[in-house]
Design a protein around this ligand. Structure first.
Ligand SMILES: Nc1ncnc2c1ncn2[C@@H]1O[C@H](COP(=O)(O)OP(=O)(O)OP(=O)(O)O)[C@@H](O)[C@H]1O
Ligand SMILES: CC(C)(CO)[C@@H](O)C(=O)[O-]
Ligand code: BAL
Length: 284
């Protein structure tokens, strides 16, 4: 497994593989890898000849300096896990390699509409940072395939739109959320939870399942479902930070034509902001 830190080295390897007709699969991450990431890697391994995993804590997508400063960085352990998964390349550049002129004058990519809703409203500038780094990685790695988790549902929708709008010739693969046995979606930020908070954290998925059951039963009083869920989360010790039920294909409010809903959840528990989502078929 190669560990590459510079753009010229990466370009050299990519050119070699493309000339040899290899199919390149990319998994973009911010590191501190868990089984959710490794499932994306397995999916990439199935679909590509060459698997590239990027590990880069992208400063452009953080709206809060404290969140960026404390984000877990565990490159050595990450590389050991990826080596065991037969990954070909880890691309782990320093911020100055990716943004040599800093962030102030960096050209950016912004996907309109979707980027300002929901998570985008809570984290201003976040999706501009994501779209910019992902398009930069697409240009550098030139993958045939790129894998992303459904755990970041809005991010996946934004990337799909960016790829369609910008004509990237890349297949985007969405991978279902990997969960702990108790239902909590795996996330690097779960590491911020104390033992006691970790015990409480599955409540987020449990409340979401309850909302999904109400929708599946034909209930359509969306405000009422959300208010009840927020009250239940607060009562159990979480601080809701954006609950929504949207049309899964547009992320707009449900209409009579909506066929699939998505429940999007965000809540604070101690120092961790947890997110989760679930889709519900409305046609049954
Ligand atoms: N539990 C999971 N199941 C499936 N995919 C996941 C899971 N967690 C993260 N991913 C995916 O892994 C990729 C990299 O995500 P990232 O490095 O931000 O990890 P994370 O655990 O989501 O961290 P964070 O705490 O920042 O949310 C993204 O495409 C993300 O959707
Ligand atoms: C896609 C991504 C690696 C871009 O920095 C990040 O947003 C993430 O980890 O989901
Ligand atoms: N997992 C999405 C990246 C972020 O939270 O910044």
């Amino acid at each position: 497994m190669l560990i590459i830190e510079t753009l010229p080295m990466l370009r050299r390897e990519i050119r070699r593989w493309r000339q040899a007709g290899k199919r390149i699969a990319l998994v973009p991450t911010m590191g501190n890898l868990h089984d959710g990431h490794l499932t994306l890697v397995d999916e990439a391994r199935e679909r590509g000849d060459i698997v590239v995993v990027s590990i880069f804590v992208n400063p452009m997508q953080f709206d809060r300096p404290d969140d960026l400063a404390r984000y877990p960085r565990t490159l050595q352990e990450d590389c050991e896990k990826l080596n065991r998964r037969s990954v070909d390349v880890v691309f782990a550049p320093a911020p100055a390699e990716v943004y040599p002129q800093g962030l102030e004058n960096q050209t950016f990519v912004e996907v309109p509409g979707l980027s300002s809703l929901l998570e985008g409203a809570s984290r201003p500038g976040h999706f501009r940072g994501v779209a910019t780094i992902v398009s930069k990685l697409f240009n550098l790695v030139q993958p045939d395939i790129a894998c992303f988790g459904e755990k970041d549902f809005q991010q996946l929708a934004i990337i799909r739109k960016m790829v369609a709008d910008m004509g990237f010739d890349i297949e985007i693969v969405g991978v279902p959320t990997v969960r702990a046995k108790d239902g909590l979606a795996l996330s690097s930020r779960n590491g911020y939870l104390s033992a006691e908070e970790r015990q409480l954290a599955p409540v987020l998925a449990q409340v979401m399942n309850g909302m999904a059951a109400r929708l599946a039963n034909g209930e359509r009083h969306i405000e009422e479902i959300i208010e009840a869920a927020e009250a239940e989360l607060s009562e159990k010790g979480l601080r809701p930070d954006g609950l929504a039920i949207c049309d899964a294909s547009t992320l707009e409010p449900l209409t009579v034509e909506s066929r699939r809903a998505v429940i999007l959840m965000a809540a604070w528990l101690g120092k961790a902001r947890l997110i989760d989502n679930q889709q519900v078929d409305l046609t049954q």
